[in-house]
Design a protein around this ligand. Structure first.
Ligand code: SF4
Length: 164
Protein backbone atom coordinates (compact mmCIF):
# COMPACT_ATOMS: atom_id res chain seq x y z
CA UNK A 1 0.00 0.00 0.00
CA UNK A 2 1.16 3.50 -0.85
CA UNK A 3 2.42 5.25 2.26
CA UNK A 4 3.06 8.60 0.65
CA UNK A 5 -0.54 9.78 0.50
CA UNK A 6 -1.41 11.56 3.74
CA UNK A 7 -4.73 12.74 5.13
CA UNK A 8 -3.95 16.36 4.40
CA UNK A 9 -3.13 15.47 0.78
CA UNK A 10 -6.55 13.83 0.41
CA UNK A 11 -8.08 16.99 1.88
CA UNK A 12 -6.21 19.19 -0.59
CA UNK A 13 -7.13 16.86 -3.45
CA UNK A 14 -10.79 17.52 -2.68
CA UNK A 15 -10.26 21.27 -2.27
CA UNK A 16 -8.04 21.92 -5.29
CA UNK A 17 -5.65 19.73 -7.31
CA UNK A 18 -3.27 22.65 -7.75
CA UNK A 19 -3.10 23.19 -4.00
CA UNK A 20 -2.30 19.52 -3.59
CA UNK A 21 0.55 19.82 -6.11
CA UNK A 22 1.99 22.92 -4.41
CA UNK A 23 1.78 21.29 -1.01
CA UNK A 24 3.43 18.06 -2.15
CA UNK A 25 6.25 19.99 -3.81
CA UNK A 26 6.82 21.85 -0.55
CA UNK A 27 5.76 25.21 -1.91
CA UNK A 28 4.25 26.06 1.41
CA UNK A 29 2.65 29.40 2.10
CA UNK A 30 0.21 28.23 4.73
CA UNK A 31 2.22 29.63 7.67
CA UNK A 32 1.33 33.14 6.58
CA UNK A 33 -2.36 32.52 6.18
CA UNK A 34 -4.70 34.04 8.75
CA UNK A 35 -6.97 31.00 8.41
CA UNK A 36 -4.15 28.70 9.39
CA UNK A 37 -3.33 30.87 12.41
CA UNK A 38 -6.95 30.57 13.56
CA UNK A 39 -6.75 26.81 13.01
CA UNK A 40 -3.62 26.56 15.16
CA UNK A 41 -5.19 28.67 17.89
CA UNK A 42 -8.23 26.44 17.88
CA UNK A 43 -6.02 23.44 17.99
CA UNK A 44 -4.29 24.69 21.14
CA UNK A 45 -7.39 25.77 22.98
CA UNK A 46 -9.95 23.07 22.16
CA UNK A 47 -10.50 19.84 23.99
CA UNK A 48 -7.55 20.21 26.31
CA UNK A 49 -8.37 17.09 28.23
CA UNK A 50 -8.23 14.76 25.23
CA UNK A 51 -5.36 12.94 23.60
CA UNK A 52 -4.16 14.95 20.65
CA UNK A 53 -2.26 14.42 17.44
CA UNK A 54 -2.04 10.71 17.17
CA UNK A 55 0.33 10.06 14.33
CA UNK A 56 0.22 6.77 12.45
CA UNK A 57 3.04 5.97 9.99
CA UNK A 58 3.43 9.73 9.43
CA UNK A 59 0.50 9.34 7.06
CA UNK A 60 -2.45 10.17 9.20
CA UNK A 61 -2.43 12.71 11.96
CA UNK A 62 -5.59 12.41 13.95
CA UNK A 63 -6.55 15.33 16.13
CA UNK A 64 -7.63 13.16 18.99
CA UNK A 65 -9.59 10.11 19.99
CA UNK A 66 -11.98 11.21 22.69
CA UNK A 67 -13.54 7.88 23.42
CA UNK A 68 -12.65 4.45 22.21
CA UNK A 69 -13.49 3.74 18.61
CA UNK A 70 -14.17 7.32 17.58
CA UNK A 71 -11.67 9.29 15.63
CA UNK A 72 -12.14 13.04 15.84
CA UNK A 73 -11.01 15.71 13.44
CA UNK A 74 -11.34 19.36 14.43
CA UNK A 75 -12.24 21.94 11.80
CA UNK A 76 -12.91 25.61 12.24
CA UNK A 77 -15.62 25.99 9.64
CA UNK A 78 -17.94 24.02 7.40
CA UNK A 79 -16.81 25.91 4.33
CA UNK A 80 -15.16 22.92 2.68
CA UNK A 81 -17.02 20.19 4.52
CA UNK A 82 -16.93 17.73 1.62
CA UNK A 83 -13.12 17.74 1.72
CA UNK A 84 -13.11 17.29 5.51
CA UNK A 85 -15.42 14.30 5.19
CA UNK A 86 -13.18 12.75 2.56
CA UNK A 87 -10.13 13.31 4.78
CA UNK A 88 -11.76 11.51 7.71
CA UNK A 89 -12.95 8.71 5.42
CA UNK A 90 -9.35 8.33 4.27
CA UNK A 91 -8.24 7.91 7.89
CA UNK A 92 -10.84 5.19 8.35
CA UNK A 93 -9.79 3.63 5.02
CA UNK A 94 -6.12 3.71 5.98
CA UNK A 95 -6.79 2.10 9.35
CA UNK A 96 -9.05 -0.54 7.77
CA UNK A 97 -6.35 -1.46 5.26
CA UNK A 98 -4.14 -2.08 8.27
CA UNK A 99 -6.67 -4.33 9.90
CA UNK A 100 -8.13 -1.77 12.31
CA UNK A 101 -11.88 -2.16 12.01
CA UNK A 102 -14.86 -0.81 13.87
CA UNK A 103 -13.62 2.78 14.04
CA UNK A 104 -16.02 5.64 13.36
CA UNK A 105 -15.18 9.22 12.54
CA UNK A 106 -16.49 12.51 13.79
CA UNK A 107 -15.80 16.02 12.59
CA UNK A 108 -16.03 18.62 15.33
CA UNK A 109 -16.64 22.30 14.74
CA UNK A 110 -15.92 23.86 18.15
CA UNK A 111 -16.61 27.39 16.93
CA UNK A 112 -20.06 26.31 15.73
CA UNK A 113 -20.60 23.89 18.62
CA UNK A 114 -21.54 21.22 16.07
CA UNK A 115 -20.26 17.85 14.97
CA UNK A 116 -21.05 15.32 12.25
CA UNK A 117 -20.51 11.56 12.07
CA UNK A 118 -18.48 9.99 9.28
CA UNK A 119 -18.58 6.31 8.29
CA UNK A 120 -16.77 4.36 5.60
CA UNK A 121 -18.85 2.33 3.11
CA UNK A 122 -17.71 -0.23 0.55
CA UNK A 123 -18.37 2.37 -2.16
CA UNK A 124 -16.13 4.81 -0.29
CA UNK A 125 -13.33 2.25 -0.26
CA UNK A 126 -13.64 1.80 -4.01
CA UNK A 127 -13.69 5.56 -4.54
CA UNK A 128 -10.70 6.17 -2.28
CA UNK A 129 -8.69 3.48 -4.13
CA UNK A 130 -9.21 5.55 -7.29
CA UNK A 131 -8.47 8.83 -5.51
CA UNK A 132 -5.14 7.51 -4.22
CA UNK A 133 -4.18 6.60 -7.79
CA UNK A 134 -5.24 10.02 -9.02
CA UNK A 135 -3.32 11.80 -6.26
CA UNK A 136 -0.17 9.94 -7.27
CA UNK A 137 -0.72 11.02 -10.88
CA UNK A 138 -1.21 14.67 -9.87
CA UNK A 139 1.87 14.87 -7.66
CA UNK A 140 3.98 13.25 -10.39
CA UNK A 141 3.12 16.01 -12.84
CA UNK A 142 6.03 18.26 -13.86
CA UNK A 143 3.94 21.42 -13.60
CA UNK A 144 0.93 22.18 -11.39
CA UNK A 145 -2.64 21.64 -12.63
CA UNK A 146 -4.58 24.71 -13.74
CA UNK A 147 -6.14 27.16 -11.26
CA UNK A 148 -9.74 26.39 -10.39
CA UNK A 149 -11.06 29.97 -10.39
CA UNK A 150 -13.36 29.26 -7.49
CA UNK A 151 -14.59 31.57 -4.74
CA UNK A 152 -12.43 29.62 -2.26
CA UNK A 153 -9.34 30.96 -4.08
CA UNK A 154 -9.83 34.33 -2.35
CA UNK A 155 -9.05 32.82 1.05
CA UNK A 156 -6.39 30.38 -0.17
CA UNK A 157 -2.78 30.84 0.99
CA UNK A 158 -1.63 30.28 -2.61
CA UNK A 159 -3.79 33.03 -4.09
CA UNK A 160 -0.89 35.35 -4.92
CA UNK A 161 1.00 32.50 -6.53
CA UNK A 162 -1.93 31.52 -8.72
CA UNK A 163 -3.32 34.88 -9.74
CA UNK A 164 -0.77 37.69 -9.28
S1 SF4 B 1 -5.72 29.94 -5.21
FE1 SF4 B 1 -7.35 28.62 -6.02
S2 SF4 B 1 -6.36 27.57 -7.75
FE2 SF4 B 1 -4.73 28.41 -6.51
S3 SF4 B 1 -4.14 26.75 -5.14
FE3 SF4 B 1 -5.64 28.01 -4.06
S4 SF4 B 1 -7.60 27.06 -4.44
FE4 SF4 B 1 -6.17 26.25 -5.96
Amino acid sequence: MDKSVTGIMVYYYAVCRKKLWYFYHEINMEQDSENVKIGKLLDDSSYLRDDKHINIDNVINIDFIRSQGILHEIKKSKKIEEASILQVKYYLYYLKKRGVNGIRGKIDYPLLKQSIDVCLSDDDIEQIDKIVTEINEIISMKIPPISINNKICKSCAYYDLCYI
